[in-house]
Design a protein around this ligand. Structure first.
Ligand SMILES: Cc1ncc(COP(=O)(O)O)c(C=O)c1O
Length: 394
């Protein structure tokens, strides 16, 4: 479908030892998994082999990590936002009470008198806010979630369901981040942002550690099926947190066996692509107008960018039409593959893989022996839009 842009990042170099352990690491992921697994609803999500898609893409294998069922919240973001809420509450309570606090004490409500006086706040395109709101409800604090003009009524309703206060802001995602930060400072709320800027790195890094639990699961699932490691990973990018969490964790864990990474963004929300070209954090060249709501970000996350500029071999952009086509393809099931419900932002990686022409593929080592990992980051999180693009979700 239509045109894509592809940039090879000449700076990517994973030969040395992993230098970003303070942001994302194997140890950090295991710690996050230990805490997250204490929640009774925790289940690893499925890793689906898609042989039909692999044949279509002329590669040996395609593995699809399906995050649609994560914690009943519809996206991988549940691993980051809710985990970070628990961690910031824990830290605050430990200072007040002068002793160690467990996640169980937050879940069973025994600290409610203290937690309900605390408010966490964030801006969101939908999924992160839902995760933070759900975390606040589970762990007993208040949440204020800032939504920009482009966030649909369906996404707002999905957040409000968790009892969060909704604040509508003018402008785009970046403007909502600024509004949330400003108001949080004035009100004494704790910002739990999935994007990072100078001086604000700790919580976004915690969120990325939560995301990396997906890769802990994936590597265990590959090992259990006696499969080979992926050679290429296509990763959709908003602010870059997901891509950096996956790529950083894999480098730390796999060293020289780390796959190649290809970061995929909407053509009008291309901050990572533009940053790769400029060699430094650079805003999107477009107006952020895209159906891929989770990827509609105009500026990179600083901590994510530090990892991605060193680790991602390729950056690419795609038109919305490519994502819509990929959603329909997964919903039908390609050539014997099971039908999969995947939202607009979930399919950018797949759409990127399918967009590449033969010569380009071979230049990237995407040949008949290649094994591709895709992260299906969400289900139909905007059911109305999903129906418009694909038809009824099964
Ligand atoms: C479904 C989905 N996929 C991918 C992303 C991209 O994640 P990040 O902004 O960390 O790059 C998002 C972000 O909200 C998302 O909601």
């Amino acid at each position: 479908v239509s045109t894509y842009r592809l940039h090879r990042n000449a700076l990517a170099d994973k030969r040395g030892s992993y230098p970003f352990g303070a942001i994302v690491s194997h140890v950090g992921a295991l710690q996050a998994q230990k805490e997250i697994a204490r929640c009774p609803q925790y289940r690893p999500t499925p890793l689906l082999p898609l042989q039909g898609v692999a044949r279509k893409a002329h590669v040996a294998a395609v593995l699809y990590k399906d995050e649609a069922t994560r914690f009943g919240l519809g996206s991988f973001k549940a691993l980051g936002g809710a985990y970070a809420v628990a961690e910031v509450l824990r830290e605050r309570l430990e200072v007040e009470l002068g002793r160690r606090i467990s996640i169980s004490e937050l879940v069973d409500g025994s600290q409610e008198t203290l937690t309900k006086t605390i408010t966490v706040a964030c801006a969101t395109d939908g999924n992160h806010g839902r995760a933070v709101a759900a975390g606040a409800q589970t762990f007993g604090c208040q949440a204020a979630i800032f939504l920009h003009e482009g966030v649909s009524a369906e996404r707002e309703a999905a957040i409000a369901r968790y009892g969060a206060r909704i604040v509508r802001t003018l402008g785009n995602y970046d403007a909502s981040v600024a509004a949330a930060t400003h108001m949080a400072e004035a009100q004494g709320w704790i910002i739990v942002s999935d994007t990072s800027w100078p001086g604000y790195e700790k919580i976004p890094a915690l969120i990325m550690q939560g995301y990396s639990v997906m890769i802990v699961e994936i590597l265990a699932q590959i090992e259990a099926s006696q499969g080979a490691l992926p050679s290429h990973v296509f990763l959709q990018g908003g602010v870059g947190g997901l891509a950096a969490a996956v790529a950083g964790y894999m480098w730390d864990r796999l060293g020289p066996r780390t796959p190649k990474f290809i970061v995929v963004e909407p053509e009008h929300a291309d901050c990572l692509y533009q940053s790769a070209i400029a060699g430094k954090p650079t805003p999107s060249s477009g107006d952020l107008d895209t159906i891929m709501a989770g990827l509609a970000c105009g500026e990179v996350s600083l901590v994510a960018w530090k990892i991605l500029e060193a680790v991602a071999e390729y950056f690419m952009t795609l038109p919305d039409a490519a994502a819509m086509e990929a959603m329909r393809l997964l919903a039908r099931g390609v050539d014997g593959d099971p039908p999969i419900v995947a939202g607009e932002s979930a399919v950018a990686g797949l759409a990127g893989l399918l967009a590449l022409g033969k010569d380009v593929r071979s230049g990237m080592g995407l040949d008949q022996a290649a094994r591709v990992l895709l992260i299906g980051t969400e289900g139909a999180t905007d059911p109305v839009l999903y129906r418009q693009i694909v038809g009824e979700a099964r």
